[in-house]
Design a protein around this ligand. Structure first.
Ligand code: AMP
Length: 286
């Protein structure tokens, strides 16, 4: 049997990236990642592949989006395994640059998105979205993809990147893809590897809290406070789960809602600490 898998070309410099892209058939689909790839990343890659003549993934643990140095240091990394997954998924090109290649000496610009970047993760992790918007702006400019694929799991991130691309007139279309979960409901995340067995067993409480609030909304509850209380009550059933925030926010602005208007959209979201690991999840409604 012949091996039908494509070769994955790995480039590490801006110059090699430019050269590789010059010959690449269009349209080009981009999947930005920080590596330690899992089935969530694979789902973005499959969607990109279905839409594109060439797919490119980036693997870069972006130091600027970590607001805690310890979190950056311990972020899981395994490039050989990641490249094997890219090959399995038919990714033609991988850009895996060093920090100096992304931020050359003298680099001194920050892309800072406004209102949509301020609440939730923006409030909890100062500087995080500046780091995200800055690196994604650089990647969008360097790569010039027709489309880029992001996970709904990081719903606020998708909104921040859409705002950034629109405001900076970057023509790459931002496509949001559904959250991939474990059978027990836990959203896949590279950080799940840090969970101790008892923390892993407790982690589906995030999903349970979100689904309880969704059920409340489906039963007619429209009060933001009531739905936030529903989520807190479910989280309180797991003593290991320490909530950072629970939110019922406007689906377009992410402003906290007193009430979900009929016909309006909302984003239920939460961030929870389990031991030293911080997990987020969300559920769009309406
Ligand atoms: P990361 O490597 O964690 O920065 O994630 C890279 C991309 O994969 C981002 O667009 C994430 O939103 C997306 N992603 C991460 N986890 C999941 C998941 N469980 N389901 C779908 N997409 C995900």
């Amino acid at each position: 049997m012949t091996d039908a898998r494509i070769e994955t070309q790995v480039v590490r410099t801006r110059a090699d990236l430019r050269a590789a892209l010059a010959a690449a058939p269009r349209p080009l689909g981009l999947v930005p990642t920080m590596g330690w790839l899992h089935d969530g990343h694979r789902s973005l890659m499959r969607r990109a592949r279905a839409d594109s003549a060439t797919t490119i993934a980036t693997i870069f643990v972006n130091p600027r989006q970590f607001n805690e140095a310890a979190d950056y240091q311990r972020y899981p990394r395994n490039e050989a395994r990641d490249l094997a997954i890219c090959t399995e998924e038919g990714i033609g090109l991988v850009f895996a640059p060093s920090a100096e290649e992304v931020y050359p000496p003298g680099f001194d610009t920050v892309v800072s998105v406004g209102a949509v970047a301020r609440p939730l993760e923006g409030a909890a992790r100062p500087g995080h979205f500046d780091g995200v918007a800055t690196v994604v702006a650089i990647l969008f400019e360097l790569i010039g993809a027709e489309r880029a694929y992001f996970g709904q799991k990081d719903a606020q991130q998708v909104m921040v990147i859409r705002q950034m691309a629109r405001d900076l007139a970057i023509p790459t279309e931002v496509i949001a893809c559904p959250t991939v979960r474990e059978p027990d409901g836990l959203a896949l995340s590279s950080r799940n590897v840090h969970l101790a067995p008892d923390e892993r067993a407790a982690a589906p409480v995030l999903r349970r809290a979100l689904l309880a609030a969704r059920a409340g909304w489906e039963a007619g509850e429209r009060s933001g406070d009531a739905l936030r209380a529903t989520m807190r009550d479910v989280l309180a059933t797991e003593s290991l789960a320490i909530p950072a925030y629970v939110s019922v926010a406007d689906g377009r602005t992410l402003a906290e809602l007193d009430r979900i208007e009929n016909g309006g959209s909302a984003l239920l979201s939460l961030a929870v600490r389990l031991g030293s690991t911080r997990l987020i999840d969300n559920e769009p409604i309406g």
